[in-house]
Design a protein around this ligand. Sequence first.
Ligand code: GLU
Length: 292
Amino acid sequence: MKIPQNTEYRVQLASRQRIVVKVGSSSLLHEQTQRLDYHKIDTLARELTDLKNQGKDVILVSSGAAAAGREALGINLDVYHQESPMNIKQACAAVGQARLIMIYQKFFEDYNQLAAQVLMSRATVSNEQSFRNLQNTFEELLHLQVIPIVNENDSVATAEFSVGDNDNLSAMVAAAVHADLLILLSDVEGLYSDDPRVNSNASFIEYVPELSHEYESMGRETTGSGAGTGGMSTKLHAARIAVDSGCDMVIAGSRNGMHVIHRIMCGENIGTLFRADKKADFRLSDYTAGAD
Ligand code: GLU
């Protein structure tokens, strides 16, 4: 089979029907103050509702619970990272998740769009029964024209139950619902051949037609911001799950606003596009063991 060129393939994204959008904590916060950026959250709700209005199924995977809780409880970012024991982090997530959903509900309501909360953990995916329950819930919500808003159940998922990052979580969701496009939005613009902050000769990769080991080795553990947890290596692991399950994936930066979703859907050459390459024997459980 002839592998399509980047531009040729990009225009096909407009026809994708089931779309999972993942936003990292850094995409929802003002960089300087680390407080919630309501303008971005509002635009995100509008963009996703517009995709729904085009007749597409949409799922949002949103980080930001811990960040919103930390903000509400007045805990400084450095103190949070350096000194907070697990129970404080989980309390932040519990306070913040409720707050985050309240904010999303408000904005989605402005656009007359119903939204729902789905919290999950690694155990949801590894247990056959709860995985089926999850799939059924998603199917019903999508059938009812609702936008599910997914996050890890951080206040109960510790260590072995924790996926740990929403990049992998969003790819698991995409595979579970047989999505055909996953958009990962964060403070990184896409994949580079090397870490551009360290190597000025690093080149930007616009298109990954086949996810070979050469690309996978370009992953770095770092994340650009202090708010998120996913670096490039988690994004590449997510890409592996997505493309093998038959789902295209785009990594793009949302620094300049959530309109980037519309531009990606219009086929603009933004971020890094990983082409879906479905494995006939794909089983999500084969991929989830090393997901943290
Ligand atoms: N689940 C975490 C939160 O909502 C974020 C994990 C991540 O940033 O990938 O705060």
